[in-house]
Ligand binder design. Sequence first.
Ligand code: AMP
Length: 397
Amino acid sequence: MKSIKNLDIDGKRVFIRCDFNVPKDEFGNITDDRRIRASLQTIRYCIDRDCKIILASHYERPKAGKYEEKFSLAPIAKRIHTLLKIKNEMLMATDVIGEDAKSKANSMKEGDVLLLENLRYEVGETSNDEEFAKELASFADFYINDAFGACHRKHASIYAIAQQFDTDHKAAGFLMSKEVNFFSKVLERPIRPFVAVVGGSKVSGKLEALTNLITKVDKVIIGGGMAFTFLKAQGHEIGTSLVEDNLLNEATAIMAKAKDLGVKFYLPIDLVVAPEFSDSVPVKYLPTQEIPIGWMGLDIGPASSRLFREALNDAQTIIWNGPMGVYEMDKYSKGSLQMSHHIAQTHATTIVGGGDTADVAQRAGDVDEMTFVSTGGGASLKLIEGVELPGLKALEL
Ligand code: AMP
């Protein structure tokens, strides 16, 4: 995969596909601008080379073909301008490939930055439409993909557009290169012991990733809602905890494979259990084998935390994806926050993937202690699964 550094972009028009899909509160304020900040390196690099920079991103899921203010990228343009601290104007188009975008793009000066409106306002984006991609491509001489978080989607601004440029005119941005290099280096040549910490709500979303990881790691630590499918498969009473009964066989197969390969497989030994999914009910801290009928496990308990810390002690490489409990509720956040501290305190290379997991590390104040926090949840899981990402493939063709 070529890097932007390999291209001769000086003074040229550069289209950068970014991932500005940031969380906002109910009043439309950006609550976490990490993804915007992560894109600045590539944008600044282009500004320093006097490029005319056209930025594009999707934002959530508006109804295609329809403008709705709450999905507008206008607040993002403001934030980019604030963060970039540039003297040039930050231009914001009111459409994607319409009159406004075209006229603003045509009147750009060197070092100007133009942000197009939400790509998903156009029907052609998600359908990977070639005509739409051609229109997007006509804005620029070079195509840069820096949207790692969207690379697992075969959309026009990710895939079809790249086909409009030859290999001397397209490349990965700095963020994208960093993400891909980190994951591939760690997965291909991990320094051992290599430990995977996997949590979150469901086994189903991470089944392929787990199946692939098990062949590469030395230990797997499972927490969160997905642990109950494994616990049930082992014959435990799990009360009303989250479970995927249709995956009990898969869970058993994964544990058997771990055993065959000599991979240590850790499940919670105690839990925080509650009579219902709520923050305002009395909870109990109980061994996994004592979940009362009708109660549910919503976080790992203190003994599991200590056990997992022991298992992490000698790790040299750690991949972490998924919280250990319902961390959004204070009462059930401790297991996830502790896990973040444990991982941050090791001397291992630590890679945190997934929006929720990055959020936990952020709340725990551990982000600076992690080696790398990935901006793309779904895309990083696909890389772990060993699946070819359309966005990466398109840069190589
Ligand atoms: P995922 O998107 O699969 O990574 O799952 C993240 C979500 O899993 C978070 O919103 C957590 O609240 C949820 N979660 C973690 N542990 C549990 C649990 N024990 N029961 C229900 N939900 C959980």
